[in-house]
Design a protein around this ligand. Structure first.
Ligand code: SF4
Length: 275
């Protein structure tokens, strides 16, 4: 991951911790007098509870910083992706807005951190357990084929990236689906029951998709938007294939030796791309 994205993420995590600390302090100070009237120890019991919550948050934040900086998880912090998604991302977007950092930059930094965490805890999956989830805007805007319900309606004319994605679907046997929005994406996930998702989308849709589908691991690949947002977007087929090879069980591939060798190269490429 680029150093600037790491710095942005760590800066926002630190600011979120300060904000949470002040909030918890207020939760203690405000009822301080009232608690004293009930029992003299109660304010300290309440204070201890809030201090415990803050220590847990600080531990999670420290674990995240170590994970982001070193690329390795800190012992005892295996659920950090959930903490980042549920607690820190909304706070980071708010804080970023307050100090003039665009949502897009914060989300892009979050997607990179999420990908690193998914990579760090990566397992190997059978082809039928992996879902490639694509946005509708990849389809050529002049194409009349209806692909949302059946991707095989594509005539593979090559005028948009869907042809190449269908070739990857055929080659590796992974699921491929197109979603027109969050509701359809959720329906596809319920139908296909994948154990891991490789999703292509813009910063906004990827970060909300990662939040929606947690705890399913989602590896995000950003789309490219040469015609502006949501119109005839495209994606690097190389990056999608590298992601498939990173997560696919090589025993499921024909040509086992070359597949394992390719997977080894992919792991170093993925690590290199993140650093
Ligand atoms: S490859 Fe051709 S037929 Fe398939 S979705 Fe794209 S434009 Fe339509």
């Amino acid at each position: 991951m680029a150093a600037s994205k790491k710095r942005l993420f760590i800066g926002l995590i630190a600011a979120a911790c300060v904000l949470l600390f002040v909030t918890l302090l207020l939760f203690w100070v405000v009822p301080y007098v009232g608690l004293d009237n009930i029992h003299p120890w109660l304010k300290w019991v309440w204070g201890g509870l809030l201090a415990g919550i803050f220590l847990l948050i600080a531990w999670a934040a420290l674990g995240l910083v170590v994970n982001v900086w070193t690329g390795r998880p800190m012992p005892g912090t295996s659920r950090l992706r959930g903490v980042t998604i549920k607690l820190f991302l909304p706070l980071m977007v708010l804080l970023g807005k307050a100090v003039g950092i665009s949502k897009e930059r914060v989300r892009s930094s979050f997607i990179n951190v999420n990908n690193e965490m998914v990579l760090a805890g990566a397992k190997q999956y059978k082809p039928g357990e992996i879902l490639l989830l694509m946005p509708h805007c990849l389809q050529n805007s002049r194409c009349n084929m209806r692909l949302t319900y059946d991707i095989n309606n594509c005539k593979r004319c090559g005028k948009c990236p869907l042809k190449g994605l269908l070739d990857l679907h055929d080659k590796y046997g992974v699921h491929l689906a197109i979603a027109t929005g969050g509701t359809v994406a959720r329906r596809i996930v319920v139908q296909k029951r994948p154990r891991m998702i490789i999703a292509v989308a813009c910063e906004r849709d990827l970060s909300s998709g990662i939040q929606d589908t947690y705890p399913l691991p989602v590896y995000g690949v950003l789309n490219e938007r040469p015609n502006g947002p949501c119109l005839d977007t495209t994606v690097s087929l190389f990056n999608v294939e590298q992601a498939i090879l990173r997560f696919l069980d090589p025993d499921c591939l024909p040509g086992l030796a070359s597949a394992k060798q390719q997977r080894g190269q992919t792991i170093s490429t993925a690590r290199g791309a993140q650093s």
